[in-house]
Design a protein around this ligand. Structure first.
Ligand code: CUA
Length: 401
């Protein structure tokens, strides 16, 4: 039934875990509205016949529906819409909220291409390589105009905006290649602003991390509807090692973020060891719920980027509003690296009992955090390398030069 309706409506394969659920809601709404439309038309036809004018002398009878019937129709329809809303809201939340253990990839859109940056320092152009069967969260921004990241097989889509970070997540159900489109008109080559999501199984994933070319790995593995176009090639595969490789090893985004933070002066006000300074420390910041002057905010990519671009908007209680704006001062790659730095510092340093940082909720199924970080290939930054940043010269408590 699912597959029959999917083909009837010309929908692509269901490539992500929530695709089938989205389709089921789609099918339900379509079937109910088609049934409703048929019922309305049939009633109209029947009324036309039933209440037709019989002869010249008979007056058309005045028909009044009982109040109970009118009430039943109004309440029934309202209940139906509420039912749709409840189902839709649950799906909306499922589609919008990425699981905590999602692997992050930073996405930069520009006319007319998609660039992907992985926390381990790798980058790719036009091809997003992900492990199949694991949640992946994309943290996206644009360098020029509004684009939109759309994967029809995943049934998910998100606008990509200049100067802001938006997120989207998915978990593929099987290894395969899924075509990505730009779904917001952005100029001459909008219709060719493609990318491919390449979902690899565990063996292929390891091969890719060891340096294999994704197009070799997925040869003959095109997914579902694409099998009929077996000669389809990946849009493009290009890894840009320049600038992110040191001694032949990719430099992790967190490491680059630390360099950006030092170069741009972030570390003069934000420590990385958990000690509040002129601004909140980067350590333990990500995921925390902060008290603002009016209300609270959960520190996520959206809040962090807003704080960089509009620092006066949501100042954390207890800090003076002295941060300058970095709007136009940071490249998207630098913002991404800073975000990854702050994310990598999400675990607070071990503190003596009694001082205690708010602990992040952990999911017991996630396994230990270390193996997760190692699994992502995230370099952990040894604390010695942070030493110069811990106590900037001229601050109270800094050792005398
Ligand atoms: Cu980018 Cu349309």
């Amino acid at each position: 039934m699912n597959d029959f309706l999917r083909r009837l409506l010309f929908l692509p394969d269901q490539g992500a875990t929530f695709s089938a659920r989205v389709d089921h809601l789609h099918f339900l709404v379509i079937l109910v509205t088609m049934f409703g439309a048929t019922a309305v038309f049939a009633t109209a036809l029947w009324f036309t016949w039933r209440y037709r004018r019989r002869d010249e002398l008979t007056l058309t009878p005045l028909v009044r529906a009982p109040v109970a019937l009118e009430l039943a129709v109004v309440v029934g329809l309202f209940g139906l819409f509420l039912f749709f809303w409840v189902l839709g809201y649950r799906q909306y939340v499922r589609l919008r909220v990425a699981p905590d253990d999602a692997m992050e990839v930073y996405v930069t859109a520009k006319k007319w291409m998609w660039k992907f940056a992985y926390p381990d320092g790798r980058r790719s152009l036009g091809v997003l390589v992900v492990p199949a069967g694991r949640p992946v969260k994309l943290i996206m921004t644009s360098r020029d105009v509004i684009h939109s990241f759309y994967v029809p097989a995943f049934r998910t889509k998100q606008d990509v905006l200049p100067g802001r970070y938006t997120t989207i997540w998915f978990e593929t159900v099987a290894p395969g290649v899924y075509r990505t489109f730009c779904a917001e008109y952005c100029g001459t080559d909008h219709s060719r602003m493609w990318a491919d999501v390449v979902a690899l199984d565990a063996v292929q994933w390891e091969a890719w991390r060891a340096g294999a070319d994704p197009s070799d790995l997925v040869a003959g593995m095109l997914h579902g509807d694409d099998r009929e176009h077996g000669d389809r090639k990946l849009v493009s595969v290009a890894f840009a090692p320049s600038g992110v490789v040191q001694d032949g090893e990719p430099v992790s985004m967190a490491q680059r973020g630390l360099e950006v933070a030092a170069r741009k002066g972030c570390l003069s006000c934000h420590s990385v060891d958990g000690q509040p300074h002129i601004g909140p420390s980067f350590r333990g910041l990500y995921g925390r719920v902060e008290q603002l002057e009016n209300g609270t905010v959960r520190v996520d990519e959206a809040y962090l980027t807003k704080s960089m671009m509009e620092p006066m908007a949501d100042v954390v209680r207890g800090y003076r509003p002295v941060m300058p704006t970095y709007l136009g001062q940071l490249q998207p790659a630098e913002v991404g690296a800073l975000l990854e730095l702050i994310r990598s510092l999400r675990e607070p340093l071990p503190t003596p009992p009694g001082i205690g940082y708010p602990q992040l909720p952990t999911n017991p199924q996630d396994g230990p955090a270390q193996s997760y970080e190692a699994d992502r290939g995230l370099e952990t930054i040894p604390d010695e390398s942070l030493a110069p940043a811990q106590a900037p010269a001229g601050t109270p408590g800094a050792p005398a030069p």
